[in-house]
Design a protein around this ligand. Structure first.
Ligand code: FE
Length: 155
């Protein structure tokens, strides 16, 4: 069981603090296991530039897993073209697979989305999504690992 609400809803939470207290791995391990861009996005809440990630335009059927821990986070079935330049989904694979936290950084009020299992930063959720849910989960490609669905493998 993880009880990792440290930093949640804390406007003063600084991105340079708080990785190490509750993270499932030591910071040095994350640095070893992730490439520099993934480390910056996942562990320092960075954002890749729009239209540069590997998945923003991918339309293949499959599962988007957390690049930090492998947990399934989003299905291609809920991916849509938001025009933003980042992979966009209208809902997570499972409501419990992501966490949503208030984010007051950069002078904006946003809702950050993290992996519920490993606390890695994924992106933000905005209330301007398609009719299915009205939500837009705007996720960095760097936070995701796509697993293509084999023919006839849909469950
Ligand atoms: Fe994760």
């Amino acid at each position: 069981m993880s009880n990792d609400s440290v930093g949640e809803l804390n406007p003063g939470h600084d991105q340079d603090q708080g990785h190490e207290q509750e993270a499932t791995k030591a910071d040095s391990d994350w640095r070893k296991e992730l490439d520099p861009e993934q480390y910056h996005v996942l562990r320092e809440k960075g954002t890749e530039r729009a239209f540069t990630g590997k998945y923003w335009d991918l339309k293949d059927a499959g599962t988007y897993r957390c690049a930090g821990c492998g947990e399934p986070l989003f299905s291609s079935e809920t991916k849509y073209d938001s025009g933003s330049g980042w992979p966009s989904f209208y809902q997570p694979a499972d409501a419990a697979s992501v966490k949503e936290l208030a984010d007051h950084s950069h002078g904006m009020i946003r809702t950050e989305v993290t992996c519920a299992k490993c606390d890695s930063h994924l992106g933000h959720v905005f209330p301007d999504g398609p009719p299915e849910t009205g939500l837009r989960y705007c996720v960095n490609s760097a936070s995701l690992d796509f697993e293509k669905q084999e023919e006839g493998e849909w469950e």
